[in-house]
Design a protein. Structure first.
Length: 283
């Protein structure tokens, strides 16, 4: 027996073994930017989480766990993903140091030893690269490498989301060339899954997935008002070689999160068309 078995079991709770894909709900936005629409109050959180049973995984912050832990207890429940990082990059309100200093800072919210005894299946960490100060980039590589080795020792699955520190000012930050480099770095550091932003087209995202041997999950970004556009984005990602999606606002802001989740499962796992999956929304 060793930690590799633990990691394989935990990763299998996120990526369905029969399809090799996953639909993960990112519901931890509050730790970075305050209460988001759809999860503003305790009642809203409880209401949304009651509709997430069909997810392959749900990402929460450490403080949310006592409130929502029943979501993960029992058979046929989502895997539990912990949002391991706090960050102030690109925060929409009250961003300290915004004028002239846009590279942001990060902090780790839990030790992997704490994660391993809590029944958590995976953690997600950011990896910000491309800073003007190369010492900041070096620190991010060292930080993520340390987390990767800790996850290996404790049998925890690791999701890395590589990002450009200059996304708001550099038009090349989301190009296929840059995203391919960042995602490959994440894989080579030791990520079990890589969460990637949409670079603008199926062809561009295919460049990213082709050069990253670790399964790539598409980040949802802003959205949630139009469920059909959410399904189309998921279908485009799957066409480009993704192994699923990691959507937040597109699910928890929807009037019926369970219906959107069911339709996403149809696209990701059953390879249904957007038109077919949209019928599930109408029901």
């Amino acid at each position: 027996m060793d930690s590799r078995t633990g990691k394989a079991i935990r990763l299998g709770r996120i990526l369905r073994p029969e399809t090799g894909s996953a639909v993960v709900v990112a519901a931890s936005h509050g730790v970075m930017a305050g209460p988001p629409a759809g999860l503003r109050t305790r009642h809203e959180i409880e209401t949304v989480f009651s509709q997430l049973r069909a997810a392959d995984g749900v990402m929460v912050s450490p403080g949310m766990i006592p409130l929502v832990e029943n979501t993960f207890i029992g058979r046929d429940r989502p895997g539990m993903v912990l949002h391991l990082d706090w960050k102030n990059h690109a925060r929409s309100i009250y961003t300290p140091g915004k004028e002239g200093r846009s590279e942001g800072v990060l902090a780790q919210l839990a030790d992997i030893s704490e994660v391993s005894v809590s029944g958590i299946d995976a953690v997600m960490t950011y990896m910000y690269l491309g800073q003007k100060d190369s010492a900041l980039e070096q620190a991010e590589i060292a930080r993520n490498t340390r987390i990767a080795r800790d996850c290996e020792r404790h049998g925890i699955a690791l999701i890395i989301e590589p990002r450009s520190a200059l996304e708001g000012s550099d038009p090349e930050a989301l190009s296929a060339k840059v995203m391919s480099m960042y995602c490959r770095i994440a894989a080579d550091i030791g990520a079990d899954l890589v969460k990637a932003l949409w670079p603008g087209s199926v062809a561009a995202f295919a460049e990213v997935t082709d050069s990253c041997y670790t399964p790539v999950l598409l980040a949802g970004g802003a959205g949630g008002d139009d469920a059909r556009s959410t399904l189309q984005l998921a279908a485009d990602a799957m066409q480009a070689g993704a192994k699923g999606v990691m959507f937040g606002r597109r699910i928890f802001r929807a009037p019926q999160p369970a219906a959107v989740l069911q339709a996403l499962n149809a696209v990701v796992h059953e390879k249904q068309s957007v038109e077919q999956a949209s019928q599930l929304l109408e029901r």
